[in-house]
Design a protein around this ligand. Structure first.
Ligand code: ZN
Length: 408
C-alpha cells in the first residue's frame, strides 16, 4: 500500500468531494473491514474544521444474514428511531460520505423479489424525508477495496495481489498521484465544465445513438434543462463533487420519450446481483422488452419497482477513452463502470438540473418532464464505434460523439 497516495486520496475525498467546511457535521457510511480508511477520513474531516463526525458501520455478511433470515415485514419496517434520525437530517442537513466496498455478488443467493419487496415497503415511509433534503446537503460516494470485491475483479490473483491491484486501479481512475492530486482534479473538473457548457449552448432537443452492436435509439430532451458534470451546488450554494471518480456530463431526458433498442456494453451489478449481456427496447419512453443472458429476473423486477421505474432518468456522455475504460478493468461497481463509457439510467431524474429545479417538488418536476422513481440504475451503452448526434430545437444537427469519443 502506497501510504502517500492513500493520504492524498483521503484529502481528495474530504477537500474536493464533500468539501467539509468549518463547523460542519459529517455522517459517514463505512464497512467494518475498512475501518482503517474510514478512521483516516474522520481525522481529515476534523483537520479541516468539522464540528462532529459520525460513522455508521456496516458489513455485507451481516446484511446478508438479515436478508436471508429476517422476514420482509421485519426488514421493510422503518422504526421510530430511524424516523427520528431522518427528521434530524432534515433540520441539520449533515454532509454525507458513503465509502463503498461492497462485494458485487454479496446477495446472489437471495431472491431478487425479496429485496425488491423490502424496498417497496420501506421506500414510501422514507421518501417524504428524502424529498425534503434533496439538493440541500453535500454528499459524496467513493470506494475502497474489500477482499471479496478485489477477488471478483481479479479472480486469478492471490488475496494480497488482488487487493493491491484494486487499490492501484482506484488511484489511477481517481487521478490520485503521490502529490498535486487536488490540482489534477481541478484541471479535470475544468475540462468537464467546458463540455457541459458547450452542450448547454447547443440547446439540444434530441439525442440519437447508433452503434454496430444494435444500439439504435432516439430520445427527446427538456427545453431549458441544464447539463451536470463534476462539481455540483446545494440550494445554499455550497459546492461538492458527488462522485469520485467522475467522467460524465449528464442530463435528464424528457419523461415519456425514447424509442428504439439499447444494447448494454458492460454487466450491471444491481443490489448484489449481476445482470449480463442485456438489451432494453423502449417505446414512447417505456422499457417494453428486456433480454438478459444472465439476471433476466432481476432486470424484469427492476423495471417493475414502481410505475416510473421503466422510464429513463439520465443520459450521460463519457468518452470511450476514459481512464476507467483504459484500465480495461470491469469493476462490477456502478461508481466506476458508469464513468467508463456513455450510459443511461432508468428511474429517477435530476430535477435540480431544471432552472430553479431545487424549489420544485418531485411532482412539479415530473410535470415538466423529469421522471421520479424509487430506483436510479445506470447501465452502460458506450462502445468503440458509438455515434451520438444531437439535434437542436431549431433543427441544427451536431455530431457529439464519433467512434465512442467527444466530437465537439
Ligand atoms: Zn451517471
Amino acid at each position: 500500500m502506497n501510504e502517500k497516495k492513500l493520504q492524498q486520496y483521503a484529502e481528495l475525498i474530504v477537500k474536493q468531494g464533500i468539501r467539509v467546511l468549518k463547523g460542519e457535521e459529517v455522517w459517514i457510511n463505512a464497512s467494518v473491514q475498512n475501518h482503517h480508511f474510514a478512521t483516516l477520513i474522520v481525522e481529515e474531516c476534523y483537520k479541516v474544521g468539522a464540528r462532529f463526525v459520525k460513522v455508521d458501520w456496516d458489513n455485507d455478511e451481516t446484511t446478508h444474514l438479515n436478508l436471508k433470515y429476517a422476514t420482509i415485514a421485519e426488514l421493510g419496517k422503518v422504526p421510530p428511531y430511524q424516523i427520528a434520525k431522518l427528521k434530524y437530517q432534515t433540520k441539520k442537513l449533515p454532509s454525507r460520505l458513503y465509502i463503498d466496498d461492497s462485494d458485487p455478488d454479496a446477495f446472489k443467493d437471495i431472491n431478487p423479489m425479496k429485496i425488491a419487496k423490502i424496498q417497496m415497503k420501506s421506500y414510501p415511509k422514507i421518501k417524504p424525508y428524502r424529498d425534503m433534503i434533496d439538493g440541500k446537503y453535500k454528499w459524496c460516494i467513493v470506494a475502497v477495496p474489500s477482499l471479496s470485491w478485489a477477488k471478483k475483479v481479479f479472480p486469478n490473483l492471490s488475496d494480497e495481489e488482488a487487493m493491491e491491484k484494486l487499490w492501484d486501479a482506484i488511484f489511477f481512475t481517481c487521478r490520485v498521484k503521490e502529490e498535486k492530486t487536488s490540482e489534477n482534479w481541478d484541471k479535470h473538473n475544468a475540462y468537464l465544465m467546458e463540455k457541459r457548457n458547450l452542450l448547454k449552448s447547443l440547446d439540444l432537443r434530441y439525442l440519437e445513438y447508433k452503434s454496430s452492436n444494435g444500439t439504435n435509439f432516439k430520445v427527446e430532451l427538456i427545453k431549458g434543462m441544464n447539463w451536470g458534470a463534476g462539481v455540483e451546488k446545494t440550494t445554499f450554494g455550497k459546492e461538492f463533487s458527488p462522485n469520485i471518480p467522475t467522467e460524465e456530463v449528464f442530463t435528464t431526458p424528457l419523461r415519456g420519450t425514447g424509442d428504439g433498442l439499447v444494447v448494454a456494453t458492460k454487466p450491471l451489478s444491481y443490489r448484489g446481483q449481476l445482470i449480463e449481456d442485456f438489451s432494453i427496447r423502449f417505446e414512447k419512453g417505456h422499457a417494453v422488452e428486456v433480454k438478459a443472458r444472465k439476471g433476466q429476473k432481476a432486470l424484469e423486477q427492476m423495471i417493475k419497482m414502481d410505475p416510473n421505474a421503466s422510464m429513463l432518468g439520465e443520459c450521460a456522455l463519457v468518452p470511450f477513452t476514459s481512464p476507467i475504460n483504459q484500465s480495461n478493468i470491469l469493476f462490477y461497481n456502478t461508481l466506476f463502470d458508469e464513468n467508463a463509457v456513455c450510459h443511461l439510467a432508468l428511474g429517477m431524474g435530476f430535477k435540480e438540473l431544471l432552472p430553479d429545479g431545487d424549489k420544485l417538488t418531485p411532482e412539479q418536476a415530473m410535470e415538466k418532464g423529469v421522471n421520479d422513481s424509487m430506483i436510479h440504475v445506470d447501465f452502460m451503452i458506450g462502445a468503440a464505434d458509438l455515434e451520438i448526434v444531437g439535434e437542436s430545437f431549431n433543427g441544427k444537427r451536431t455530431v457529439l460523439f464519433k467512434n465512442g469519443v467527444w466530437a465537439i
